[in-house]
Design a protein around this ligand. Sequence first.
Ligand code: SF4
Length: 340
Amino acid sequence: MPSEPGARNTALLEVAGLSKTFVSGGLFGTSRPVVAVEDVSFAVDCGEAVALVGESGSGKSTIARILLRLERPDAGRIVLDGDDVLDREPRHASLSYRRRVQMVFQDPFGSLNRTHDVAHHLARPLLRHKRATQKDVREKTIVLLHAVGLEPPEEFISRRPYELSGGQRQRVAIARALAVDPDILIADEPTSMLDVSIRMDILTLLTDLKNERGLAMLLITHDLASARYLADRILVLFRGRIVEGGPADEIVVSPAHPYTRALLASIADVGRLGPEPAEAKVDRIDRADTADSSDTGCPFAPRCPEAMDVCRKTDPSYRTVGSRRVRCHLYPENAGRSEE
Ligand code: SF4
């Protein structure tokens, strides 16, 4: 996707033209290509939070895996602070890149080793990335626990994951990511496995870290309410492509793409962080589209209440709608096309 109007020219992380197709195996030797990510471009500035919002199958997890160098894209570039990271072989996904781009996973219990205590989980990255010496590692561990609100830190340092609540485990996972002083944190559904009462605390912690440390964040979520709370900009993904991108408040208050509207309609109150939205309901929308869409035209056309003849014949390009980019025939393509 071209950059949004007013976007800066230089970014901390720049993703351009990322594409990935998997081949799914079938019975009797049949196989078919499944496009997971298609020509995805976006940028994250220093201290900025960007949310990639989409349902299961939208490609957001594949993008996260590519950014973590766990998957190689078929096409595209990833530039971190001016350095094209895909130029290197995966094994050379440098220690420096791994330090600068850290991940917080969905399942805080699964991401921590139950046999090791909190001190071990934090000491390991501190020592490996030379952020501490054996002499001061305990002191730096305590500083990290304090930073993520586990107070008093001395009470938590020798606990094992099963001696912590879900929210406390996620705080340890965030502290572990912070241990190496990253530039950008990729948070993959960081609250979806937590109790409703704790969800807001974790989002507030992430917001404070962003504001106080200037930490850039890429939030990967199916939840527009969380995205609106944390992110400066939202990018809506549908079937591997960004269909709408722009300032978070604008997208939530006046969604331009019919798919974004469908996502919002599935949430009772996007301003309130209650139970996570009815994912199953929206997921059905997504799967149904996948099942009966054709190869030409807009992929959302079979379900779009506003579909026109042109939608079934021609894949829409990006268009400028105020400060947003929208991939939809409902809007004139003048300004958008000139910048593509
Ligand atoms: Fe709906 Fe047409 Fe827009 Fe696709 S291009 S979202 S079918 S109006």
